[in-house]
Design a protein around this ligand. Structure first.
Ligand code: C5P
Length: 224
C-alpha cells in the first residue's frame, strides 16, 4: 500500500504556447497555493542541452531517451520548491541553441514517454502547479484544475523580447517556428474541460486573480 492519499491529484495543469505568460502565472499560482512549481519545458530543454553537449543527434530517439532516463529531476529550493534539473541554473537551458532543437527532441515518443512518467511521479508525490503543453490533456488528464493560457502574437513576441533584451521581430519569428513544430507533436488547443485565460489585456496580478478564482471554484481543497 502506498501512503499517498487516494482521490484527485493535488495538481493544477497549465498549458499553452511559448511566451503567453504561462510561467509567470504558474510560478505565482504555485506560491499562492503552496505547491511545488514544475515547469516541464525545462525537462525537454535539458534533454536537448545534454544532447548538444554530448553530440547526440536529434534524430537518435534511443540516445535521447537514454539522456532523459539519466537526468536528475527534483523539487528543491525554498518551500514549496520548484523543479530543478541536475541543480543547473535555468539560464543554461534558455539558450537560442537549445530552442533551435528542443521541438525536434520533444517530438520523439520514446522521450515523451520517459518524461511524462517522471512528471506524473513528481505530481503524485508532492502535488504541483505543472506547466507544459500536454499536462491537462495527457500527463494529468485527471487534474482537478486545468488552465489553458493564450495571448495575442504581438504581445507574446514583445514580452519575450523584453525578457531576453532582443528586438521583437526576430524573437516573434523564432516563437512562430517553434510553435509550428510543437503543434505537430501536441495540438495547441485546450483540453475540453480546461478554462482558457487570455493574458493579452491583463496585468500579471489580474491574471493570477482570475486563475485563483478558477481554482477556488473547481478545487477548493487546493486553496490554503
Ligand atoms: O515551455 P517551454 O517553451 O520552455 O518548452 C520548451 C519546449 O519543450 C517546447 O517548445 C516543446 O517542444 C517542449 N515541451 C513539450 N511538452 C511539454 C513542455 C515542453 O513538448 N509539456
Amino acid at each position: 500500500m502506498s501512503g499517498r492519499p487516494r482521490g484527485r491529484p493535488r495538481v493544477v495543469a497549465i498549458d499553452g504556447a511559448a511566451g503567453v505568460g504561462k510561467s509567470t502565472l504558474a510560478a505565482g499560482l504555485a506560491e499562492a497555493l503552496g505547491l511545488p512549481y514544475v515547469n516541464t519545458g525545462l525537462m525537454y530543454r535539458a534533454v536537448a542541452a545534454e544532447a548538444l553537449r554530448r553530440g547526440v543527434p536529434v534524430d537518435d530517439a534511443e540516445g535521447l531517451a537514454a539522456i532523459a532516463d539519466a537526468l536528475a529531476f527534483r523539487v528543491a529550493g525554498p518551500a514549496p520548491g520548484r523543479l530543478e534539473v541536475e541543480g543547473w541554473p535555468e539560464d543554461r537551458l534558455r539558450t537560442v541553441d537549445v530552442e533551435a532543437v528542443v521541438s525536434a527532441v520533444a517530438a520523439h515518443p520514446a522521450v515523451r514517454r520517459r518524461l511524462r512518467a517522471r512528471q506524473r511521479a513528481i505530481g503524485e508525490e508532492r502535488g504541483a502547479v505543472m506547466e507544459g503543453r500536454d499536462i491537462g490533456s495527457v500527463v494529468f488528464a485527471d487534474a482537478p484544475v486545468k488552465l489553458f493560457v493564450t495571448a495575442e502574437p504581438e504581445v507574446r513576441a514583445a514580452r519575450r523580447a523584453a525578457e531576453r533584451g532582443r528586438s521583437a521581430a526576430p524573437v516573434g519569428a523564432a516563437l512562430d517556428r517553434r510553435d509550428a513544430r510543437d503543434a505537430r507533436t501536441n495540438p495547441l488547443a485546450p483540453a475540453p474541460d480546461a478554462t482558457v485565460i487570455d493574458t493579452t489585456d491583463r496585468t500579471i496580478a489580474e491574471t493570477l486573480h482570475a486563475a485563483l478564482e478558477v481554482v477556488a471554484r473547481a478545487a477548493p481543497e487546493l486553496v490554503p
